[in-house]
Design a protein around this ligand. Structure first.
Ligand SMILES: Nc1nc2c(c(=O)[nH]1)N[C@H]1C(S)=C(S)[C@@H](COP(=O)(O)O)O[C@H]1N2
Ligand SMILES: [Mo]
Length: 396
């Protein structure tokens, strides 16, 4: 599909963050951090997981921005065959299946025949932070950079389905993109939602991401946006929407992206796997550290600006707490205003360590329903990671 230039980048910027008591505005990463980096088409330096298909992680540093820049927004594809160029005049989105009228919409149709709709929403891969599971699980070894927040603009799916006229008895809606399996034995990537969810007025087809066309690697020209649900449903290069009058039985709904049924946090035991599994859905409550980066050396008796992000599936983060004594006591952090109910909320805490040593700081978030994060969690596929996050710091 495209050629990558590979190289290692080693961040060797000096620690500035804590000693200067700054926060989001500081201009450089704070730790020495070695990664295999790549500059893919339309993208800046990102962490390489695989190149065919492209899987690229956002460096943690960029989470100091409320809106993740398009040129470093994470990239996650399953199938290697996809167009390397798309002609915006030729592109059509087809709506078919259990509808009164099959539609074939151009990008101009979408921009002129429907009322535009905009929403801030966090796209988070279900496998984000998979590399932190223990025992380790197979799959992309993401750290925390398989997510990003954007302002999405496009058309409500409800409005598109209304124009096609959904027939009585419609049950599910399936979404397919232009990417294709490299081999016939690999099933095409198609995801589905229940009809009521598809028609809820929030699920949308986006043609803009942060006020610009989507990068090709993020699914140009159209991406399904499913606020509050894991990004596996956010089908990119979307070119077919099909309404079914029964259950959609595709591989990527029935065999993949499944989590243990009826448990919170997708939890199961590695020596006793759950028997019942269901498709992954709404995002769990989670919080992460953004600044300082792990293993930063900070000074005793000086203020250290701890900062991070908390998010859930749309119920709203109401509390984020920090523990500097390994979970014995918890202190409330200060929350920034919400950017929208379906995206992250920034938290800050000023910490002044009084003694030198190695510290493990913990962060945990709670939402408006009282849901919070577990001290330990595991599942076979490494999905929905939301175990209480830890950060190791050295105080001198
Ligand atoms: N057509 C298509 N859409 C897709 C995928 C894919 O492989 N093909 N991957 C999904 C998964 S698992 C994720 S996490 C998001 C990633 O979106 P991004 O690459 O734009 O960040 O796209 C989703 N939509
Ligand atoms: Mo994903």
């Amino acid at each position: 599909m495209r050629k990558f230039k590979l190289y290692y980048i080693i961040y060797t910027f000096l620690a500035l963050s804590c000693n200067s008591g700054g926060g989001s505005d500081n201009a450089a990463p704070t730790v020495v951090n070695k990664e295999l980096m790549v500059k893919a088409e339309g993208k800046d330096d990102m962490i390489l997981l695989t190149d065919r298909p492209a899987n690229l992680e956002t460096p943690l540093w960029y989470f100091r921005y409320d809106y993740t820049p398009n040129n470093v927004f994470f990239v996650r594809w399953h199938l290697a065959n996809m167009p390397s160029k798309i002609d915006s005049n030729e592109y059509r989105l087809t709506i078919n299946g259990h509808v009164n009228r099959t539609l074939s919409l151009s990008l101009t149709d979408l921009k002129t025949k429907f009322k535009p709709y905009t929403i801030n929403a966090l796209a988070a891969c279900a496998g984000n932070a998979r590399s932190f599971f223990s025992p380790q699980v197979p799959g992309g070894q993401w750290k925390n950079g398989a997510m990003g927040n954007a302002k999405w603009t496009g058309v409500k799916l409800k409005d598109i389905l209304a124009l096609a006229g959904v027939k009585n008895g419609a049950f599910e809606v399936a979404f397919n993109g232009m990417d294709e399996p490299p081999l016939e034995s690999v099933p095409d990537f198609v995801k589905s939602l229940k009809i009521d969810h598809a028609m809820d007025g929030e699920v949308m087809v986006a043609y803009e991401m942060n006020d610009k066309p989507l990068p090709l690697l993020n699914g140009y020209p159209l991406k399904l946006v499913v606020p509050g649900w894991y990004a596996t449903y956010w089908v990119g290069m979307l070119n077919e929407i099909k309404v079914y009058n029964d259950t959609f039985k595709g591989y990527w709904m029935k065999k993949a992206y499944l989590v243990p049924k009826g448990v919170t946090n997708g939890d199961e035991k590695h020596d006793k796997l759950a028997k019942d599994v269901v498709p992954i859905s709404k995002m769990d409550v989670r919080s992460i550290f953004v600044n300082p980066e792990p293993n930063t050396i900070i000074k005793a008796n000086e203020n250290c600006a701890l900062e991070g992000l908390a998010f859930d599936g749309g119920d709203g983060i109401t509390k984020v707490e920090i523990s500097v004594d390994n979970g014995k006591t918890w202190q409330a952090t200060k929350l920034n205003p919400e950017l929208g109910k379906y995206t992250w909320r920034r938290w800050k805490y000023s910490w002044k360590p009084t003694a030198a040593g190695k510290y493990t700081i913990k962060v945990k978030a709670t939402n408006s329903k009282g849901e919070t994060q577990p001290p330990h969690q595991w599942n076979r596929s490494g999905y929905m990671r939301n175990e209480i996050e830890t950060l190791n710091l050295i105080v001198e």
